[in-house]
Design a protein around this ligand. Sequence first.
Ligand SMILES: Nc1ncnc2c1ncn2[C@@H]1O[C@H](COP(=O)(O)OP(=O)(O)OP(=O)(O)O)[C@@H](O)[C@H]1O
Length: 342
Amino acid sequence: MTNQDPPILLDVAGLTVEYGSGDDAVRAVDDVSFQLRRGEILGVAGESGSGKSTLMTALTRLQRPPARIAGGTVTYHPGGAEAGIDLLAVPPARLRELRWDSLAVVLQSAMAALNPVMRLGAQFADVIRAHRAVGRKDAWSRAEELLELVGIPANRVRSYPHELSGGMRQRATIALALACEPEIIVMDEPTTAVDVVMQRQIVRRLMRLRRQFGFAIVFVTHDLSLLVELADRIMVMYAGRIVEIGSASAIYHDPRHPYSQGLRDSFPPLHGPLRELRGIPGSPPDLRALPSGCAFQPRCPKRQPECSASRPELPLEVEHGAACLLQRPADQTRLPASKAVQ
Ligand SMILES: Nc1ncnc2c1ncn2[C@@H]1O[C@H](COP(=O)(O)OP(=O)(O)OP(=O)(O)O)[C@@H](O)[C@H]1O
């Protein structure tokens, strides 16, 4: 790494998550590795069932049985320090300290994240006071500031969640995630429940807040065109594996995996001329009975006979690479030696 590169905050290596065990186990996340740098927005795209939510819950150790982490490490480097903490191994009490404070999570359903019988201010105060030595009054004032940061009038601090619109509720969960100024925010489809106009407002606001506070985000959505607006880099998932990784612009303008190409062509661009939208034919595979070779080959318009013979791997240490047999090693954009991450 060079001095100019932001340091690595999160280093995920070989993460594997299964539902159930033994012969019935379903591998929903399969040997996933990536790094998140300070201040970076890393997008995770893929159709429903590709393993995005399972990956997000495993990263934050919020998975529930029958989900089980079957392998790998998630190392958090506070402040980008060399010494790391394995989030999958730390005792629960330490993990509770790190949540909100260092690592916050915004999930799909704002209604599920907010307590319906508590005023917003009380919920914010609970989180703030669990991590900071401040009195109730100061915590409520901080809640007002946080709401204003996401464009919600301060007097809404006395509202109950059901008194807010869907968009406001979702923004309130983002404000709550910011409460302790974490270094990393994990967001799983935080804009699916709101309309496109609100979606764009939220995305713009997030980018502004990121500039202001410098946190890094892992942002999950099935909508690749939304990620192109927001993310610095994008990982595309299919059947539990990363099939392509690269800068947002490279994934959008030069997608190399036929699945990423299909995903890009399934959504209208947020900017620029409208394209003809083509969906991806077929449906994602049953993880219990994956096709041989490349998991995408039965749906792939560029399928070759050898695609069912062996499973292509995502090359390591590439700036832009795809796990596709059609990609020759020379096509994968290597990281300059100085940027390669061991
Ligand atoms: N509770 C469960 N029990 C068994 N298998 C599950 C369970 N939850 C998810 N899975 C399996 O894990 C796979 C990945 O699911 P996951 O929810 O992580 O995908 P996703 O990409 O986030 O999809 P979505 O966008 O619909 O949330 C699913 O295809 C399903 O086979």
